[in-house]
Write a protein that binds this ligand. Structure first.
Ligand SMILES: Nc1ncnc2c1ncn2[C@@H]1O[C@H](COP(=O)(O)OP(=O)(O)OP(=O)(O)O)[C@@H](O)[C@H]1O
Length: 263
């Protein structure tokens, strides 16, 4: 019946497309996380209550009351339970609408040549340090942020504000260094801080060998506009995390490409 009445026009198609994009992005955000189970749980409870109430509206006043109360506090509860996912979603929207991104579009449309970022000098010490730490099986976690949120990082970190150098990175992550536990955070041309405790991802579909270092590396890219290099102490493998996804065992050529793009 509903389909018969439906007469598509530009706005209805746009409406459907927007809903599809939003649902797809939400699905991407919660995919593989514990949030999926919470969502399913909420959905099941809601459907059961809805079913009971619609079966016998008059004789089940208590269930009806629970359902109406659930609806009124539902939004607040959802915001509290899914605050990490909402934060990630807003970050994603903000990032896509950011000035930098728009500037690139303007440059593209107006035919200005995009100046090729030559980051190599900046990236080289980091890649060299990773090469050396891979060889010596030194565990490391290096996080790159576009915006250094002092409150977020400084609570748990040791502030450094130091020039990026291979030897400094190696010294920080050396097993006997007092700063080796935790992550190094880099923003712009500076190593901002070391020994940072980061939020862990709650993803349930990660490889079994991933422990806290990998979980922290992925976690920080979920809740912040950040990317992370993880050097495994066990295997020496280099992994790269971005938007809560991780590429495992990447080559140094690939690492250079990724850093050149993201850093
Ligand atoms: N919340 C955290 N934030 C930043 N670093 C952390 C955090 N939790 C643990 N780490 C780091 O991870 C190290 C422990 O790594 P663990 O062996 O559990 O990780 P892993 O993912 O298995 O990596 P590896 O392959 O290097 O063993 C700690 O010594 C510490 O340096």
């Amino acid at each position: 019946m509903l389909l018969l009445k439906f007469s598509p026009n530009f706005f209805s198609v746009l409406d459907i497309l927007l809903v599809a994009v939003i649902l797809y992005q939400l699905y991407n955000l919660v995919k593989g996380t514990i949030a999926v189970n919470i969502l399913i749980g909420l959905g099941v409870i809601y459907l059961i209550l809805l079913g009971l109430v619609s079966l016998d509206k008059d004789n089940m006043p208590m269930t009806g009351k629970i359902l109406s109360n659930l609806q009124s506090v539902g939004i607040v509860a959802i915001v509290v339970v899914f605050q990490q996912e909402i934060r990630r979603f807003l970050l994603l929207v903000g990032k896509n609408a950011s000035l930098q991104r728009n500037r690139e579009w303007w440059m593209y449309f107006f035919g200005k040549k995009k100046v090729e970022k030559n980051n190599y000098a900046r990236i080289k010490p980091i890649i060299d340090a990773c090469k050396s730490m891979k060889q010596t099986r030194t565990g490391a976690l290096i996080v790159f942020v576009k915006y250094y949120d002092e409150q977020f990082y400084q609570n748990s970190c040791e502030v450094l504000e130091a020039k990026i150098s291979k030897r400094l990175l190696e010294s920080i992550f050396q097993k006997h260094s007092p700063l080796h536990d935790g992550a190094v955070v880099i923003a712009g041309n500076k190593i901002k801080s070391a020994s940072c405790i980061l939020p862990l991802t709650d993803k349930t579909d990660l490889p079994a060998q991933f422990g806290l270092r990998h979980r922290a590396g992925i976690g920080v890219t979920e809740s912040n506009d950040a990317t992370a290099i993880i050097v495994s102490e066990e295997t020496g493998e280099i992994s790269y995390a971005k938007h809560g996804r991780v590429k495992i065992n990447i080559s140094f050529a690939e690492l250079e490409k990724l850093l050149n793009k993201d850093f």
